[in-house]
Ligand binder design. Structure first.
Ligand code: FAD
Length: 389
């Protein structure tokens, strides 16, 4: 259920392994979606799916830059300076309409049956299988994957959504077209996301192909206004310079995000991507974790379907704990971003410890499952202390 990055990655990988897959997706693709800045950790999964992009389609992303224009603090984190190991030194900035459509078509090519404009309304699990009811029909299957994004069909039905009230919870964003030469120069050649630190939130500038730019604002309140985004644009010298003379498109608002689903798996079903957890997007982790979750879940499910063990209620527990490690590391970083001096002391440190800096970049790049990251260990220990106190 759902054909975004989580659903189409799962469908593609399962179909590739010979599983009979049906995707029901409520929209017709291409459809707009926010969430344009990817992480290097998604590249190997794209390769597994056989998806390649050339530079005209998707923008190169070398890393992330953090600015505080009030104090002049600035930090650059190139993915190439992460801890050594088998990792990628860049990621992509993507227009999600085109990116998501490509993934869905790839899943179809790999053998998944895709029904667009069909909404899943209900799921019933019994001993022998699952029945999914949609607005167009009923389907019987051996297993059901909830990849319905923030609609979080099963979590909402089961009332298992818990909000992270201290994280960003609402966003306003817009796009600019036809950036001028000076704007393109100000963005730099490396295609980095630029994160602007603000008193109770943060802003983003994401360069896209064809001289387009995504600009957004995230706030810790439940709702946000278009005026707040305008204020960011007017008050940020960098943003004003980048968008000078460019054409602005409409503003969109989204609210009520940052939550986790406390029951992401159970008999014959698994919730993946935003239907399992949505963290404040300051570190651009959403698509990467959606795809990683889909990959880990698919590997487990293929073996279970072969062995006839897919009905075991505890089947996906190892996958949940694999993903739990990522959610707690990125969640700890988001927590530190809003609640501690870590950003000042570490992000903007003039002489950072090299190993700690490389470890931070590894986490920023989505390389979260290695055992040798001293920064990540420190981060998750301090998060535990915060929870306990
Ligand atoms: C303001 C903001 C900024 C963000 N920035 C970034 C970023 O820079 N980088 C990043 O990686 N992530 C970012 N994200 C997060 C990212 O958008 C999500 O994590 C990502 O889209 C999750 O993928 P998904 O497949 O789980 O869900 P989605 O991409 O939302 O896909 C879910 C799909 O399910 C379909 N659907 C919903 N309900 C049903 C139903 N009942 N039946 C059938 N189909 C259904 C929907 O139409 C949709 O196509 C951002 C999010 C927000 C809100």
């Amino acid at each position: 259920m759902g054909g975004g990055p989580a659903g189409s990655t799962a469908a593609g990988l399962l179909a590739k392994a010979g599983v009979n897959v049906l995707v029901v997706e409520s929209s017709r693709f291409p459809r707009f979606h926010i969430g344009e800045s990817l992480l290097p950790s998604s590249l190997p999964i794209l390769e597994k799916l056989g998806v390649g992009f050339d530079g005209r389609e998707m923008h190169y992303k070398g890393g992330a830059e953090f600015f505080d224009e009030r104090t002049g603090d600035y930090a650059l984190y190139p993915f190439a300076e992460a801890l050594p190991g088998p990792r990628r030194d860049h990621a992509l900035q993507v227009e999600r309409a085109a990116f998501d459509e490509r993934l869905l078509r790839v899943a179809e090519k790999l053998g998944a049956e895709v029904h667009e404009e069909e909404r899943a309304n209900d799921v019933e699990v019994d001993d022998d299988g699952v029945t999914v009811k949609t607005n167009k029909g009923r389907y019987r299957a051996r297993y059901c994957v909830d990849a319905t994004g923030q609609d979080a069909l099963l979590a909402k039905r089961g009332r298992t959504v818990t909000a992270y009230r201290d994280f960003g919870r609402a966003a306003a964003f817009t796009h600019f077209e036809d950036l001028g030469d000076d704007g393109v120069d100000a963005l730099g050649k490396d295609g980095n996301i630029k994160v602007l630190m603000l008193p109770d939130g943060w802003g983003w500038l994401i360069p896209l192909t064809n001289r387009r730019l995504s600009v957004g604002l995230v706030a810790r309140e439940r709702s946000i206004s278009a005026e707040a985004l305008q204020e960011l644009i007017d008050s940020s010298p960098l943003t004003r310079r980048v968008v000078a003379g460019a054409r602005r498109l409409g503003t969109q608002l989204v609210g009520n995000f940052s939550y986790r689903n406390t029951a992401p798996s159970g008999p014959r079903h698994f919730c993946v991507g935003d239907s399992a957890c949505f963290l404040d997007p300051v570190f651009s982790s959403g698509v990467a974790l959606a795809m990683e979750g889909a990959d880990a879940m698919s590997q487990k499910l293929v073996t279970a379907l072969e062995n006839g063990t897919e009905g075991r209620p505890e089947l996906m527990e190892p996958v949940s704990s694999h993903l739990g490690r990522a959610y707690s590391s990125v969640g700890a970083l988001v927590y530190a971003f809003y609640h501690t001096q870590m950003i000042r002391n570490l992000f903007f440190a003039s002489k950072p410890n090299r190993e700690i800096r490389a470890g931070l970049i590894s986490v920023l790049g989505g390389d979260i499952w290695r055992e040798d990251n001293a920064f990540q260990k420190m981060l998750t220990r301090s998060r535990r202390r915060n929870i306990e106190s």
